[in-house]
Design a binder for this molecule. Structure first.
Ligand SMILES: CCCCCCCCCCCCC[C@H](O)CC(=O)SCCNC(=O)CCNC(=O)[C@H](O)C(C)(C)COP(=O)(O)OP(=O)(O)OC[C@H]1O[C@@H](n2cnc3c(N)ncnc32)[C@H](O)[C@@H]1OP(=O)(O)O
Ligand SMILES: NC(=O)c1ccc[n+]([C@@H]2O[C@H](COP(=O)([O-])OP(=O)(O)OC[C@H]3O[C@@H](n4cnc5c(N)ncnc54)[C@H](O)[C@@H]3O)[C@@H](O)[C@H]2O)c1
Length: 309
């Protein structure tokens, strides 16, 4: 049985206030991840502004969100398709779009950044947003591989900055890694945990260490798969089948690389190579570099390791 103390009441009311606080969410980057995060936040009753660099990209993001919502609705409202259509329209109404991040963050409780995996670009973005966003606004990055503390260093709100690492495809994947950097306040961390739960996700707590939990284990595995293939010790098809049928993974490593995006994969591996140049695991992959140079970025461009419809 828990005793009610003044401190308990204070922390209960502050966590209730935090829960109530995150209503307006700005998602920056309308690509694979940002569109998914915006969709899930809007589906759970948040008011969302999705930001990208052009109207054309935002139109594509909105079309993708609508298609994904229709897949969700088809399952959820199998018996009553008209309720499914109403659900799709209601969720879409919760999302607006903009190309002006600085002006939209003026009315937001939480910024979730999901732009290109490049430290300088992320720092520049957050540096500009920091000057425009209200005091209470929490900043979070969906980075796969960069230290949260390094991204946050371009702002003056280190205590209100954390990591929210979602998984692809966001509407289907239940996990969110919530990252507490050394300067992230407990209140911010709790608010991010609560927000993840409000999205219907399962949060796990992570320290700000390379790759957090999942990518610390997943990236070396993916790297070894590419090396195995480059050494001529297995075709990509056989490696994929082996990991699906032998290890029970839903996708093989080459299918997953195409799904994640080869550009994003290259950013991750190049960044780790730059930090740890003597580690042979992180050495550049001629095969990956060739595909990226040819614009074959995986599922999103129609071709990567495989051709996609
Ligand atoms: C040497 C140099 C090499 C470089 C290496 C560098 C490595 C770097 C790589 C690290 C990348 C890290 C990236 C990131 O930080 C972390 C990640 O996100 S890792 C990715 C995690 N994701 C996965 O592992 C996904 C695995 N796949 C799956 O779980 C499934 O395949 C799937 C995607 C859910 C799809 O399921 P399938 O059964 O295969 O296919 P279906 O099409 O039948 O779908 C099933 C079911 O799901 C519904 N659905 C699927 N997608 C969506 C969607 N986007 N929106 C809505 N609904 C969706 C679909 O409708 C089906 O529903 P049903 O018909 O069953 O009712
Ligand atoms: N792809 C994955 O599986 C995956 C999974 C988890 C995390 N992540 C991380 O999420 C982030 C985004 O990855 P993604 O796969 O969605 O990339 P993506 O290339 O699909 O989308 C990135 C989007 O950001 C936009 N953008 C770039 N700079 C911008 C800026 N300054 N302002 C506004 N928009 C900008 C681009 O136009 C693009 O639409 C990366 O940090 C990545 O590491 C990716």
């Amino acid at each position: 049985m828990a005793f009610i103390t003044r401190q308990n009441i204070r922390s209960l009311s502050s966590s209730a206030a935090l829960r109530a606080a995150i209503k307006h969410v700005t998602v920056i980057g309308g690509g694979l991840m940002g569109a998914g995060i915006a969709q899930v936040a809007a589906s759970t009753g948040h008011s969302v502004v999705l930001v990208d660099t052009s109207e054309d990209i935002l139109k594509k993001s909105t079309k993708g969100i609508e298609a994904s919502l229709k897949r969700v609705a088809k399952k959820k409202f199998a018996e009553k398709p008209e309720d499914g259509e109403a659900f799709v329209q209601k969720v879409l109404k919760n999302i607006s779009t903009s190309t002006d991040a600085v002006s939209v963050v003026q009315g937001t409780d939480l910024v979730v950044e999901a732009i290109v995996e490049n430290l300088k670009v992320k720092q520049d973005l957050f540096g500009a947003l920091d000057k425009a966003a209200p005091e209470h606004t929490i900043f979070a990055s969906n980075t796969s591989s960069l230290p949260i503390a390094d991204i946050a260093s371009s702002t003056a709100r280190l205590d209100r900055f954390g990591g929210l690492h979602f998984f692809n495809p966001v509407p289907m994947m239940k996990l969110v890694e919530v990252i507490k950097a050394p300067a992230t306040s407990q209140q911010t961390f709790d608010a991010l945990l609560e927000f993840s739960k409000a999205l219907g996700k399962h949060p796990v707590s992570c320290k700000d260490t390379p790759g957090f939990i999942v990518n610390r284990l997943l990236v070396p595995y993916m790297l070894e798969a590419v090396r195995l293939h480059e050494r001529g010790h297995g075709s990509k098809e056989d490696i994929d089948v082996a990991m699906k049928l032998g290890a029970g993974y839903p996708m093989g490593p080459f299918e997953l690389l195409d799904y994640v995006g080869l550009d994003t994969s290259k950013f991750i591996i190049d960044g780790w190579h730059e930090k740890d140049p003597d580690n042979p695991l992180f050495a550049p992959s001629p095969l990956l570099n060739k595909l990226v140079a040819e614009g074959k970025l995986g599922k999103k461009t129609g071709e990567g390791f495989y051709k996609h419809k």
